[in-house]
Design a protein around this ligand. Structure first.
Ligand code: MN
Length: 415
Protein backbone atom coordinates (compact mmCIF):
# COMPACT_ATOMS: atom_id res chain seq x y z
CA UNK A 1 0.00 0.00 0.00
CA UNK A 2 1.22 3.47 -0.90
CA UNK A 3 2.19 5.62 2.08
CA UNK A 4 -0.28 8.41 2.69
CA UNK A 5 0.78 11.95 1.83
CA UNK A 6 -0.91 15.11 2.97
CA UNK A 7 -0.23 18.33 1.13
CA UNK A 8 -0.88 21.90 2.23
CA UNK A 9 -1.48 22.83 -1.41
CA UNK A 10 -5.18 23.14 -2.37
CA UNK A 11 -6.13 20.29 -4.72
CA UNK A 12 -9.74 19.74 -5.82
CA UNK A 13 -11.23 16.38 -4.91
CA UNK A 14 -10.95 13.81 -7.73
CA UNK A 15 -8.16 15.79 -9.40
CA UNK A 16 -6.05 13.71 -11.79
CA UNK A 17 -3.06 15.68 -10.58
CA UNK A 18 -2.93 14.59 -6.94
CA UNK A 19 0.10 14.67 -4.66
CA UNK A 20 0.68 11.04 -5.74
CA UNK A 21 0.96 11.88 -9.42
CA UNK A 22 3.28 14.84 -10.15
CA UNK A 23 3.64 14.35 -13.91
CA UNK A 24 6.10 16.31 -16.04
CA UNK A 25 5.26 18.56 -18.99
CA UNK A 26 6.37 21.61 -20.97
CA UNK A 27 4.44 24.86 -20.56
CA UNK A 28 4.67 28.58 -21.17
CA UNK A 29 2.74 31.69 -20.16
CA UNK A 30 2.85 35.18 -21.67
CA UNK A 31 5.79 35.99 -19.36
CA UNK A 32 7.47 32.58 -19.06
CA UNK A 33 9.27 30.93 -21.96
CA UNK A 34 8.55 27.22 -22.58
CA UNK A 35 9.96 25.24 -19.64
CA UNK A 36 9.55 22.13 -17.53
CA UNK A 37 6.71 21.99 -15.04
CA UNK A 38 4.94 19.54 -12.78
CA UNK A 39 1.14 19.47 -12.63
CA UNK A 40 -0.44 19.72 -9.17
CA UNK A 41 -4.21 20.14 -8.84
CA UNK A 42 -5.24 22.97 -11.14
CA UNK A 43 -1.74 24.47 -11.13
CA UNK A 44 1.74 23.90 -12.50
CA UNK A 45 4.95 24.18 -10.50
CA UNK A 46 7.57 26.02 -12.50
CA UNK A 47 10.65 23.81 -12.15
CA UNK A 48 12.87 26.26 -14.03
CA UNK A 49 12.15 28.95 -11.44
CA UNK A 50 12.35 26.48 -8.59
CA UNK A 51 15.75 25.23 -9.74
CA UNK A 52 17.05 28.83 -9.89
CA UNK A 53 15.66 29.80 -6.53
CA UNK A 54 18.13 28.20 -4.19
CA UNK A 55 15.16 26.69 -2.35
CA UNK A 56 16.04 23.44 -3.91
CA UNK A 57 19.20 21.40 -3.48
CA UNK A 58 21.11 20.82 -6.65
CA UNK A 59 19.50 17.54 -7.53
CA UNK A 60 19.67 18.37 -11.23
CA UNK A 61 21.29 21.17 -13.26
CA UNK A 62 18.92 24.12 -13.65
CA UNK A 63 19.54 24.24 -17.40
CA UNK A 64 17.56 21.03 -18.06
CA UNK A 65 14.40 22.76 -16.84
CA UNK A 66 14.80 25.74 -19.16
CA UNK A 67 14.12 23.67 -22.25
CA UNK A 68 11.16 23.29 -24.58
CA UNK A 69 11.26 19.47 -24.36
CA UNK A 70 11.79 17.01 -21.51
CA UNK A 71 14.56 15.14 -23.37
CA UNK A 72 17.52 16.69 -21.53
CA UNK A 73 15.83 16.16 -18.18
CA UNK A 74 14.86 12.55 -18.97
CA UNK A 75 18.40 11.87 -20.17
CA UNK A 76 19.71 12.53 -16.64
CA UNK A 77 18.34 9.10 -15.74
CA UNK A 78 15.67 7.74 -13.47
CA UNK A 79 17.72 8.13 -10.34
CA UNK A 80 17.69 11.90 -10.87
CA UNK A 81 14.21 12.32 -12.35
CA UNK A 82 12.68 10.26 -9.54
CA UNK A 83 14.59 12.31 -6.96
CA UNK A 84 13.24 15.55 -8.47
CA UNK A 85 9.69 14.25 -8.30
CA UNK A 86 10.09 13.08 -4.69
CA UNK A 87 11.66 16.41 -3.69
CA UNK A 88 8.68 18.30 -5.12
CA UNK A 89 6.34 15.92 -3.28
CA UNK A 90 8.25 16.61 -0.05
CA UNK A 91 8.09 20.40 -0.58
CA UNK A 92 4.34 20.16 -1.14
CA UNK A 93 3.81 18.11 2.02
CA UNK A 94 6.18 19.81 4.47
CA UNK A 95 4.10 22.12 6.69
CA UNK A 96 7.18 24.33 7.02
CA UNK A 97 7.87 24.30 3.29
CA UNK A 98 9.57 27.44 1.97
CA UNK A 99 7.25 27.17 -1.04
CA UNK A 100 4.35 28.17 1.19
CA UNK A 101 5.64 31.67 1.77
CA UNK A 102 5.80 32.36 -1.95
CA UNK A 103 2.23 31.43 -2.73
CA UNK A 104 2.03 34.82 -4.42
CA UNK A 105 2.50 32.93 -7.63
CA UNK A 106 6.20 32.90 -8.22
CA UNK A 107 6.42 29.12 -8.47
CA UNK A 108 2.80 28.31 -9.26
CA UNK A 109 0.97 28.95 -12.53
CA UNK A 110 -2.73 28.25 -13.12
CA UNK A 111 -3.10 25.56 -15.77
CA UNK A 112 -5.85 27.67 -17.33
CA UNK A 113 -3.28 30.38 -18.06
CA UNK A 114 -0.63 28.07 -19.50
CA UNK A 115 0.04 26.87 -23.03
CA UNK A 116 1.12 23.23 -23.18
CA UNK A 117 3.58 21.75 -25.68
CA UNK A 118 4.53 18.35 -27.00
CA UNK A 119 6.37 17.06 -23.91
CA UNK A 120 9.27 15.38 -25.72
CA UNK A 121 11.06 15.65 -29.01
CA UNK A 122 10.02 12.31 -30.43
CA UNK A 123 12.76 10.58 -32.38
CA UNK A 124 11.06 7.43 -33.51
CA UNK A 125 7.48 6.30 -33.10
CA UNK A 126 6.28 2.70 -33.07
CA UNK A 127 2.67 1.58 -32.87
CA UNK A 128 1.84 -1.86 -31.54
CA UNK A 129 -1.35 -3.85 -32.00
CA UNK A 130 -1.49 -5.44 -28.57
CA UNK A 131 -5.18 -5.63 -27.63
CA UNK A 132 -6.51 -9.08 -28.44
CA UNK A 133 -10.07 -7.78 -28.48
CA UNK A 134 -9.17 -5.08 -31.02
CA UNK A 135 -7.15 -7.42 -33.23
CA UNK A 136 -9.98 -9.96 -33.11
CA UNK A 137 -12.63 -7.37 -34.00
CA UNK A 138 -10.62 -6.06 -36.95
CA UNK A 139 -9.85 -9.62 -38.09
CA UNK A 140 -13.55 -10.49 -38.02
CA UNK A 141 -14.46 -7.43 -40.08
CA UNK A 142 -11.71 -7.50 -42.68
CA UNK A 143 -10.69 -11.14 -42.88
CA UNK A 144 -12.22 -14.33 -41.55
CA UNK A 145 -14.68 -14.26 -38.62
CA UNK A 146 -13.73 -17.85 -37.80
CA UNK A 147 -9.97 -17.17 -37.83
CA UNK A 148 -9.83 -13.54 -36.86
CA UNK A 149 -6.31 -13.56 -35.39
CA UNK A 150 -3.43 -14.12 -37.78
CA UNK A 151 -1.10 -17.05 -36.88
CA UNK A 152 1.65 -14.79 -35.48
CA UNK A 153 -0.55 -12.75 -33.15
CA UNK A 154 -0.31 -14.82 -29.96
CA UNK A 155 3.43 -15.36 -30.46
CA UNK A 156 4.70 -11.78 -30.75
CA UNK A 157 3.57 -8.20 -30.16
CA UNK A 158 2.77 -7.12 -33.73
CA UNK A 159 3.77 -3.53 -34.52
CA UNK A 160 4.81 -1.12 -37.25
CA UNK A 161 7.05 1.92 -37.47
CA UNK A 162 5.00 5.10 -37.62
CA UNK A 163 5.93 8.70 -38.28
CA UNK A 164 7.01 11.11 -35.54
CA UNK A 165 6.70 14.37 -37.51
CA UNK A 166 2.90 14.51 -37.28
CA UNK A 167 2.50 13.74 -33.58
CA UNK A 168 0.97 16.80 -31.95
CA UNK A 169 -0.02 17.91 -28.46
CA UNK A 170 -3.60 17.84 -27.22
CA UNK A 171 -5.69 20.73 -28.52
CA UNK A 172 -4.05 20.84 -31.96
CA UNK A 173 -6.72 20.63 -34.69
CA UNK A 174 -6.53 17.70 -37.11
CA UNK A 175 -7.31 18.27 -40.78
CA UNK A 176 -9.34 15.57 -42.49
CA UNK A 177 -6.95 13.86 -44.91
CA UNK A 178 -7.43 13.29 -48.65
CA UNK A 179 -6.28 10.12 -50.30
CA UNK A 180 -6.98 7.14 -52.52
CA UNK A 181 -9.99 5.07 -51.56
CA UNK A 182 -11.64 2.15 -53.31
CA UNK A 183 -15.42 2.64 -53.48
CA UNK A 184 -17.51 -0.41 -52.64
CA UNK A 185 -17.69 -2.75 -55.64
CA UNK A 186 -15.27 -0.61 -57.69
CA UNK A 187 -12.11 -1.90 -59.30
CA UNK A 188 -10.19 1.36 -59.45
CA UNK A 189 -9.67 3.90 -56.70
CA UNK A 190 -10.84 7.51 -56.51
CA UNK A 191 -9.17 10.48 -54.83
CA UNK A 192 -11.28 12.12 -52.13
CA UNK A 193 -11.47 13.36 -48.56
CA UNK A 194 -11.58 10.44 -46.17
CA UNK A 195 -15.19 9.51 -45.41
CA UNK A 196 -14.20 7.12 -42.62
CA UNK A 197 -12.15 9.22 -40.23
CA UNK A 198 -11.69 7.45 -36.91
CA UNK A 199 -9.89 7.69 -33.58
CA UNK A 200 -7.90 4.95 -31.87
CA UNK A 201 -7.87 4.94 -28.07
CA UNK A 202 -4.28 4.18 -27.12
CA UNK A 203 -1.67 4.86 -24.49
CA UNK A 204 2.02 5.34 -25.23
CA UNK A 205 5.24 5.06 -23.28
CA UNK A 206 8.28 7.29 -23.65
CA UNK A 207 11.77 5.84 -23.73
CA UNK A 208 13.94 7.15 -20.89
CA UNK A 209 17.33 5.61 -21.66
CA UNK A 210 19.34 4.97 -24.83
CA UNK A 211 20.57 1.57 -25.92
CA UNK A 212 23.48 1.03 -28.31
CA UNK A 213 22.73 -0.66 -31.62
CA UNK A 214 23.05 -4.40 -31.19
CA UNK A 215 21.88 -4.39 -27.57
CA UNK A 216 18.68 -6.02 -26.39
CA UNK A 217 16.42 -5.16 -23.45
CA UNK A 218 15.20 -8.05 -21.30
CA UNK A 219 11.63 -7.94 -20.01
CA UNK A 220 13.04 -7.86 -16.46
CA UNK A 221 15.00 -4.65 -17.24
CA UNK A 222 12.47 -2.96 -19.50
CA UNK A 223 11.00 -0.59 -16.90
CA UNK A 224 14.42 0.98 -16.44
CA UNK A 225 14.05 2.20 -20.05
CA UNK A 226 10.51 3.58 -19.72
CA UNK A 227 10.25 7.13 -18.37
CA UNK A 228 6.48 7.46 -18.33
CA UNK A 229 3.20 7.34 -20.20
CA UNK A 230 0.74 9.56 -22.05
CA UNK A 231 -2.69 9.18 -23.64
CA UNK A 232 -2.49 8.73 -27.38
CA UNK A 233 -5.10 9.20 -30.12
CA UNK A 234 -3.90 7.49 -33.29
CA UNK A 235 -6.21 9.21 -35.78
CA UNK A 236 -6.96 6.81 -38.64
CA UNK A 237 -8.59 7.15 -42.07
CA UNK A 238 -10.16 3.72 -42.46
CA UNK A 239 -11.00 4.02 -46.16
CA UNK A 240 -7.47 5.09 -47.09
CA UNK A 241 -6.05 2.40 -44.78
CA UNK A 242 -8.19 -0.39 -46.25
CA UNK A 243 -6.94 0.24 -49.80
CA UNK A 244 -3.28 0.94 -49.09
CA UNK A 245 -2.27 -1.43 -46.31
CA UNK A 246 -1.52 -4.61 -48.28
CA UNK A 247 1.19 -5.91 -48.09
CA UNK A 248 3.36 -3.51 -46.05
CA UNK A 249 0.91 -2.18 -43.49
CA UNK A 250 -0.32 1.25 -42.37
CA UNK A 251 0.91 4.34 -44.24
CA UNK A 252 -1.06 7.47 -45.24
CA UNK A 253 -4.20 6.31 -43.47
CA UNK A 254 -2.29 6.83 -40.22
CA UNK A 255 0.52 9.35 -40.57
CA UNK A 256 -1.54 12.53 -41.08
CA UNK A 257 -1.80 13.07 -37.32
CA UNK A 258 -1.65 11.55 -33.86
CA UNK A 259 -2.41 13.43 -30.63
CA UNK A 260 -0.79 13.05 -27.20
CA UNK A 261 -1.72 14.34 -23.76
CA UNK A 262 0.70 16.98 -22.45
CA UNK A 263 1.56 15.48 -19.03
CA UNK A 264 3.92 12.51 -18.82
CA UNK A 265 2.89 10.33 -15.88
CA UNK A 266 5.91 8.47 -14.52
CA UNK A 267 6.02 4.71 -13.97
CA UNK A 268 6.80 5.58 -10.32
CA UNK A 269 3.36 7.21 -10.01
CA UNK A 270 1.67 4.25 -11.70
CA UNK A 271 3.29 1.63 -9.47
CA UNK A 272 0.32 1.26 -7.05
CA UNK A 273 -1.90 0.33 -10.00
CA UNK A 274 0.16 -2.58 -11.32
CA UNK A 275 -2.02 -5.64 -12.07
CA UNK A 276 -1.57 -8.98 -13.83
CA UNK A 277 -2.47 -9.08 -17.52
CA UNK A 278 -4.59 -11.64 -19.36
CA UNK A 279 -3.31 -15.23 -19.44
CA UNK A 280 -1.09 -15.72 -22.46
CA UNK A 281 -1.80 -18.94 -24.30
CA UNK A 282 0.35 -20.41 -25.70
CA UNK A 283 3.18 -19.36 -23.43
CA UNK A 284 5.42 -16.97 -25.39
CA UNK A 285 9.06 -17.71 -26.22
CA UNK A 286 11.48 -17.22 -23.29
CA UNK A 287 12.62 -13.72 -24.35
CA UNK A 288 9.01 -12.53 -24.06
CA UNK A 289 8.23 -14.08 -20.69
CA UNK A 290 7.70 -11.80 -17.69
CA UNK A 291 8.23 -12.83 -14.09
CA UNK A 292 5.91 -10.26 -12.54
CA UNK A 293 2.66 -8.46 -13.34
CA UNK A 294 3.25 -5.69 -15.85
CA UNK A 295 -0.20 -4.35 -16.71
CA UNK A 296 -1.74 -1.24 -15.12
CA UNK A 297 -5.33 -0.65 -14.08
CA UNK A 298 -6.05 2.64 -15.87
CA UNK A 299 -9.67 3.50 -16.66
CA UNK A 300 -10.03 5.07 -20.09
CA UNK A 301 -12.86 6.83 -21.88
CA UNK A 302 -13.52 8.52 -25.20
CA UNK A 303 -16.09 11.20 -25.91
CA UNK A 304 -17.31 12.99 -29.03
CA UNK A 305 -18.44 16.62 -28.85
CA UNK A 306 -20.19 17.86 -31.98
CA UNK A 307 -19.72 21.58 -32.79
CA UNK A 308 -21.67 23.81 -30.38
CA UNK A 309 -23.02 20.81 -28.51
CA UNK A 310 -22.44 18.70 -25.42
CA UNK A 311 -20.20 15.67 -25.24
CA UNK A 312 -21.24 12.03 -25.42
CA UNK A 313 -19.03 9.32 -23.95
CA UNK A 314 -18.85 6.59 -26.60
CA UNK A 315 -16.28 4.21 -25.06
CA UNK A 316 -15.13 3.06 -21.63
CA UNK A 317 -12.09 0.80 -21.67
CA UNK A 318 -9.05 -0.01 -19.52
CA UNK A 319 -5.31 -0.28 -20.14
CA UNK A 320 -5.25 -3.51 -18.10
CA UNK A 321 -6.93 -5.36 -20.98
CA UNK A 322 -3.70 -5.28 -23.02
CA UNK A 323 -2.60 -8.80 -24.00
CA UNK A 324 1.04 -7.82 -24.56
CA UNK A 325 2.53 -5.58 -21.86
CA UNK A 326 5.12 -2.80 -22.22
CA UNK A 327 8.16 -4.87 -21.13
CA UNK A 328 7.21 -7.50 -23.72
CA UNK A 329 6.80 -4.82 -26.40
CA UNK A 330 10.20 -3.34 -25.60
CA UNK A 331 11.92 -6.73 -25.38
CA UNK A 332 10.48 -7.67 -28.74
CA UNK A 333 11.35 -4.30 -30.31
CA UNK A 334 15.03 -4.68 -29.35
CA UNK A 335 15.48 -8.45 -29.63
CA UNK A 336 17.06 -8.03 -33.07
CA UNK A 337 19.45 -5.34 -31.82
CA UNK A 338 17.35 -2.32 -32.84
CA UNK A 339 18.47 0.58 -30.65
CA UNK A 340 16.08 2.90 -28.81
CA UNK A 341 16.68 6.53 -27.87
CA UNK A 342 15.44 8.93 -25.20
CA UNK A 343 12.20 10.46 -26.45
CA UNK A 344 11.14 7.56 -28.66
CA UNK A 345 7.43 6.92 -28.32
CA UNK A 346 5.84 3.49 -28.36
CA UNK A 347 2.06 3.28 -28.56
CA UNK A 348 -0.04 0.36 -27.39
CA UNK A 349 -2.38 -0.03 -30.30
CA UNK A 350 -6.13 0.44 -29.92
CA UNK A 351 -7.26 -0.59 -26.44
CA UNK A 352 -10.55 -2.47 -26.70
CA UNK A 353 -12.27 -4.53 -24.02
CA UNK A 354 -14.62 -7.45 -24.45
CA UNK A 355 -17.91 -5.52 -24.23
CA UNK A 356 -19.36 -3.51 -27.11
CA UNK A 357 -19.13 -0.23 -25.18
CA UNK A 358 -15.42 -0.78 -24.48
CA UNK A 359 -14.23 -0.87 -28.09
CA UNK A 360 -11.50 1.72 -28.71
CA UNK A 361 -12.42 2.92 -32.20
CA UNK A 362 -15.50 3.97 -34.16
CA UNK A 363 -14.76 1.17 -36.62
CA UNK A 364 -15.56 -1.30 -33.85
CA UNK A 365 -18.11 0.73 -31.82
CA UNK A 366 -20.32 1.30 -34.88
CA UNK A 367 -19.19 -2.01 -36.40
CA UNK A 368 -18.13 -0.77 -39.84
CA UNK A 369 -20.96 1.73 -40.02
CA UNK A 370 -23.75 -0.75 -39.32
CA UNK A 371 -24.55 0.39 -35.75
CA UNK A 372 -24.75 4.19 -35.54
CA UNK A 373 -24.00 5.71 -32.14
CA UNK A 374 -26.49 8.27 -30.77
CA UNK A 375 -25.11 11.64 -29.68
CA UNK A 376 -26.66 13.73 -26.89
CA UNK A 377 -27.80 16.30 -29.46
CA UNK A 378 -29.92 13.75 -31.36
CA UNK A 379 -27.48 13.22 -34.23
CA UNK A 380 -25.70 9.91 -34.90
CA UNK A 381 -22.13 8.94 -35.69
CA UNK A 382 -20.58 6.00 -37.50
CA UNK A 383 -17.27 7.84 -37.99
CA UNK A 384 -16.00 11.31 -37.03
CA UNK A 385 -17.55 14.33 -38.73
CA UNK A 386 -15.97 17.71 -39.46
CA UNK A 387 -15.89 20.00 -36.41
CA UNK A 388 -16.34 17.07 -34.01
CA UNK A 389 -13.98 17.15 -31.03
CA UNK A 390 -12.69 13.79 -29.79
CA UNK A 391 -11.50 13.69 -26.17
CA UNK A 392 -9.78 10.83 -24.37
CA UNK A 393 -9.29 10.68 -20.60
CA UNK A 394 -7.54 8.21 -18.35
CA UNK A 395 -7.00 7.75 -14.64
CA UNK A 396 -6.07 5.12 -12.08
CA UNK A 397 -7.67 5.05 -8.65
CA UNK A 398 -7.15 2.78 -5.65
CA UNK A 399 -7.50 3.19 -1.87
CA UNK A 400 -8.43 6.84 -2.31
CA UNK A 401 -5.33 7.56 -4.38
CA UNK A 402 -5.93 8.97 -7.84
CA UNK A 403 -3.34 9.33 -10.58
CA UNK A 404 -4.67 10.65 -13.87
CA UNK A 405 -3.52 11.76 -17.28
CA UNK A 406 -5.85 14.69 -17.84
CA UNK A 407 -6.99 14.52 -21.42
CA UNK A 408 -5.98 14.45 -25.04
CA UNK A 409 -8.37 16.31 -27.27
CA UNK A 410 -8.51 17.25 -30.92
CA UNK A 411 -11.02 18.87 -33.26
CA UNK A 412 -11.42 17.67 -36.81
CA UNK A 413 -11.33 20.42 -39.42
CA UNK A 414 -13.01 20.02 -42.78
CA UNK A 415 -11.26 20.29 -46.10
MN1 MN B 1 -2.92 2.57 -33.82
Amino acid sequence: MTPHHTTWFPIPEHSDFSIYNLPFGIFSTPDRTPRVGIAIGEHIIDLADLAQSGLWDNIAPASVFEQNTLNAFIRLGKKTTSAVRLKVQELLCDPESPLKSVMDGRFFVAQSEATMYLPVEIGDYTDFYSSIEHATNVGKMFRDPANALLPNWRHLPVGYHGRASSIVVSGTPIRRPHGQVLPKGAEVPVFQASARLDFELEMAFIIGKDTPMGATIATADAEEYIFGMVLFNDWSARDIQAWEYVPLGPFLGKNFGSSVSPWVVTLDALEPFRVPGPTQEPQPLPYLQCDRPANYDIALEVSITPENSTETVVCRSNFKYMYWNMPQQLAHHTVNGCNVRVGDLMASGTISGSTEDSFGSMLELAWQGTKPLPMSDGTERVFIRDLDTVTMRGHAEKDGIRVGFGEVTGKVLGV
